[in-house]
Design a binder for this molecule. Structure first.
Ligand code: 5AD
Ligand code: SF4
Length: 455
C-alpha cells in the first residue's frame, strides 16, 4: 500500500522539450558551440513543480535544446524535485545514481537538481556525493537560464512569470510561498513567505493564454485563497479570471482563508469548475491545534455546509494526515466522523512522514507504524464509501466532459465534468482540450465511466 491514497504527488512526469530551430548557442553554455544539444526534465511532486518545469522548459527552448525522452539520449538532465514526503529524497537518489553512472560513461554531460530538494540543506551532500553540476532552489530557478547559455535573463523568482501558452490547459501561479507554519510541513522553509501577484498582471496573462487557445486555466498557489493585493481578495481575482477564461479551477486552499462569497461564486459562475479542494488534515480540534492549522473542525464543517448549499452539484476533496505525532484513538475517531459528515468526493490521505526542520519531526508521541496503517485504511474505506455512494448518483446523467488527457494505458481518455468528477471516456472520440457530451453509464469510488458520446 502506498503512503498516500490518491496521492496529490504526481508520478515523475517527463517534460518534453521540443526542438527550436536556430536556438542560440549563447555565451556561457556548458556545451561546445555548434553541437546539437538535448535535454530531459523530470518532474516530481505537486502542480507547482509541474509549473516550474514549464518555466524551465521555456528557458531551454530558448537556448535551442532538442527533445529527448530518456536519460540515455540527454546531454543535460534536470531533476525538478519535491520534498514534501520522506521517501522523496530516496527516490531522487535512485535517479541521481543512474545519472552519475551515465556521466561516467561519457554520454551525459550535465545534471541539474532543482525544486524543493534543491532548496533544502540535504542538497549540499547530494551535490557532493553525485557530482551534480547545478543546484537551484525554488527561489532562484531563473539561474538555469544562464547555465544553459542564455544571455542573462532579468527574471527573478517573482510569481509574475507566464505559464505555457498555446496549450489546451495552463497553470497560472497567483501567489508563491506560505505564511502558515503547519507543524509537519516543509513548504514555508523551502518556498518562503507569501508573495501575491498583482491582479491586472494575472488577468492579462489569462487573456493572453485564452487568445492563444487555452481552454482551461488553473490558478495555482499553496494557499490561493489567501491571495490579496491592494485591497482586493481572492474572490475578486477569481471572478475577474472567470469573466475572461472559458474554464477555471484553483488549488490549493486553506480553510481559514476561504470566504463564503468565494464558495457562492463557484456556484454562480458558469465558467468555474464546481470542485473545491479544501485540505482539513484532521477532524480533531486537539490535533488541529498541535498542527497549528488555525481553525477548529466545526469551522471547517460550516464552510462545507455553505459549499454544499451554494454548489449542490459540486465535488469536494481534501487532504488528511494520519498518524501525526500525538494522534490518539479519540483523535482518529474524530477524523472518521468528519469524513462521514462531510462526505468527501475524494481525499488524498497521507501517512505522517517526519520532515527535517519541521516542528513535528521533533515531537514525541510517535504513532506505531501498524497503528498508522490501520488508521490509514479506516480513513480510506470511509472516504471510498462516501465517494462511491455519491458517484452512483451521477449514473444516468448527461454531462459535458472536458477532455484532460488523451489515451491512458487501457485506451481510455480522462475527462472532467463541470461538477469536477473525473470521467473515463472512449479515447477515439476524445482529443485533449475538446468537450464531449456523454451519458454516465457506471461509477466507481474514484471515477465515472461514460457510455457512447451523444451527438
Ligand atoms: N507528512 C504527511 N503528509 C504531509 N503533507 C504535507 N507534509 C506532510 C508530512 N510531513 C500532506 C498534507 C498537505 C499535502 C500536500 O501533503 O496533507 O496538505
Ligand atoms: Fe504547508 Fe500549512 Fe502552508 Fe499548506 S498551509 S503549505 S500545509 S504550511
Amino acid at each position: 500500500m502506498s503512503d498516500a491514497a490518491q496521492s496529490a504527488q504526481t508520478p515523475p512526469t517527463q517534460v518534453c522539450i521540443s526542438r527550436k530551430p536556430g536556438g542560440s548557442d549563447a555565451l556561457g553554455s556548458p556545451f561546445p558551440s555548434g553541437e546539437a544539444k538535448t535535454a530531459c526534465i523530470r518532474t516530481f511532486g505537486c502542480q507547482m513543480n509541474v509549473h516550474d518545469s514549464d518555466r524551465m522548459r521555456r528557458m531551454i527552448l530558448d537556448a535551442g535544446y532538442a527533445e529527448v525522452h530518456s536519460y540515455e539520449e540527454a546531454d543535460l538532465v534536470i531533476l525538478n524535485t519535491c520534498y514534501v514526503r520522506e521517501n522523496a529524497v530516496d527516490r531522487v537518489r535512485g535517479h541521481l545514481g543512474e545519472l552519475s553512472h551515465l556521466k561516467r560513461k561519457g554520454r551525459l554531460k550535465k545534471v541539474a537538481l532543482t525544486g524543493c530538494i534543491g532548496s533544502s540543506d540535504e542538497s549540499r551532500d547530494l551535490q557532493h556525493q553525485y557530482g551534480i553540476d547545478l543546484v537551484l532552489g525554488t527561489h532562484n530557478t531563473y539561474e538555469l537560464a544562464e547555465f544553459v547559455g542564455l544571455p542573462t535573463m532579468r527574471e527573478t523568482y517573482t510569481p509574475d512569470l507566464p505559464g505555457m501558452e498555446g496549450e489546451h490547459s495552463a497553470f497560472v501561479t497567483i501567489m508563491t510561498g506560505c505564511n502558515y507554519q503547519c507543524s509537519y510541513c516543509v513548504v514555508p522553509s523551502v518556498r518562503g513567505r507569501m508573495i501575491c501577484r498583482p491582479l491586472d498582471n494575472v488577468v492579462e496573462e489569462v487573456e493572453g493564454l485564452v487568445r492563444s487557445g487555452t481552454g482551461y486555466v488553473t490558478l495555482l498557489g499553496q494557499t490561493v485563497d489567501a491571495w490579496r493585493h491592494e485591497g482586493k481578495r481572492f474572490c475578486d481575482l477569481l471572478e475577474q479570471v472567470a469573466n475572461v477564461a472559458p474554464r477555471v479551477w484553483f488549488t490549493t486552499s486553506h480553510p481559514s482563508n476561504m470566504e463564503d462569497r468565494t464558495l457562492r461564486l463557484i456556484g454562480e459562475k458558469g465558467t468555474i469548475v464546481k470542485r473545491l479542494h479544501l485540505p482539513v488534515q484532521s477532524g480533531s480540534d486537539r490535533m488541529l491545534r498541535v498542527m497549528h492549522r488555525g481553525y477548529k473542525a466545526e469551522r471547517y464543517r460550516r464552510k462545507i455546509e455553505v459549499f454544499r448549499e451554494a454548489v449542490p452539484d459540486g465535488t469536494l476533496s481534501t487532504d488528511i494526515i494520519v498518524g501525526h505525532p500525538g494522534e490518539s484513538e479519540e483523535d482518529h475517531e474524530q477524523t472518521l466522523k468528519l469524513v462521514n459528515d462531510c462526505a468527501f468526493d475524494s481525499a488524498y490521505i497521507f501517512k505522517f512522514s517526519p520532515r527535517g526542520g519541521t516542528e513535528a519531526a521533533g515531537l514525541g508521541g510517535t504513532v506505531p507504524p501498524e497503528v498508522v496503517q490501520r488508521r490509514f485504511l479506516e480513513v480510506l474505506r470511509a472516504v471510498e464509501h462516501n465517494a462511491f455512494t455519491r458517484n452512483q448518483r451521477k449514473v444516468g446523467s448527461v454531462e459535458d466532459v472536458y477532455v484532460r488527457h488523451g489515451s491512458t494505458e487501457d485506451g481510455k481518455a480522462i475527462g472532467e465534468t463541470w461538477s469536477g468528477h473525473a470521467v473515463h471516456v472512449r479515447a477515439d472520440v476524445a482529443r485533449p482540450g475538446d468537450y464531449v457530451r456523454v451519458r454516465i453509464d457506471a461509477a466507481g469510488p474514484h471515477v465515472l465511466y461514460a457510455g457512447e458520446p451523444i451527438a
